[in-house]
Design a protein around this ligand. Sequence first.
Ligand code: NAP
Ligand code: ZN
Ligand code: ZN
Length: 348
Amino acid sequence: MSDTKAFAAHDPTSKLVPFSFNRRDPRPNDVVIDILYCGVCHSDLHQVRDEWGGSIYPMVPGHEIVGRVTAIGGGVKKFKVGDLAGVGVLIDSCRKCNPCKEGLENYCVEGMTGTYNAYERDGKTLAQGGYSTMIVTDENYVLHISDKLDLKAVAPLLCAGITTYSPLRYVGVEPGMKVGVVGLGGLGHLGLKFAVSFGAEVSLITTSSSKEADALRLGAQHVVLSTDKAMMKKYDSYFDVLLNTLSANHAYSTYLRLLGLNGTMINVGLPNAAGEVQPFALLKNRRRMLGSGVGGIKETQEMLDYCAEKNIVADVEVIPMQQINEAYERMLKSDVRYRFVIDLKSLK
Ligand code: NAP
Ligand code: ZN
Ligand code: ZN
């Protein structure tokens, strides 16, 4: 058992505070990772504050983990001590169902095992995430990380990256398509970079006029201010694909109206309340809505390799662990450019 330093939430309303707990000794297929950086996802905040219901405490959040392998179990084949390694949103699944066999562990029939706020498959060990100094994970759920990229900027790829890459690939974004990214936060800015790299004409739809210059720098052709009715009208029925990353409750119809014939709105944002969808807003142009949750291990590796090849990483603001509570408040005000990443040196 290894003593692990961390920050944890103990209930939905208190701040995160220092915490320590034991990680298990490595089993034959386990990889022990010294965590170097962990991204701060809005899902961490939703779960810490129990906005989706059923949160389990004490909770060590964090599922955008990169670090270095310090030990391996006797049966490990894919990693050796000294390798860079990453852990994302899932650390296990049933491994038997059709989705698992197809590499879609994120859609496991029994439900994937989350990196935190979940019990492991023994039904009793509480999984704890990456706001901590180390993690022990089965090698089949650990990703290889290229040493070509800036490690701290790679961490957000493990959730924000795969969550946007996977559905953009699934709907077949390609040159000539018009893609609108709704919300420029952690997910949005990576979604924008991917859509640009796939050759699409990309626009940002935002509530923050202050993000216009950044969006253009990241490769957007147009920036649409969603609070400006005339501008939204101008883009009525314009897009083939919308990537909706909004973390706050909103009316989906506002954005559905921007889709042209056979347009698809991909919903990855997870506000806690049902948003309004007007039947007529869906019917016009034969529009559709699609949900998508992170991605499987195989596709996550594919995405990481793609990023290494194309030099795609997140724009990050590095913080010490001790600043996490302030970071959450800033994230709620859409004041992050564009992902907070915790430097775990601050806990060691
Ligand atoms: P984030 O960095 O906080 O970005 C969210 C963005 O939404 C903000 O930057 C802001 O963009 C926009 N926004 C915030 N409040 C708004 C409001 N009241 N009205 C309109 N727009 C608002 O969050 P994130 O980490 O990217 O996560 C986004 C959502 O995706 C969260 O709900 C998260 O839980 C979810 N998520 C889902 C998956 C999945 O598997 N599907 C994976 C990870 C995260 P502008 O300033 O540009 O308007
Ligand atoms: Zn996440
Ligand atoms: Zn399964």
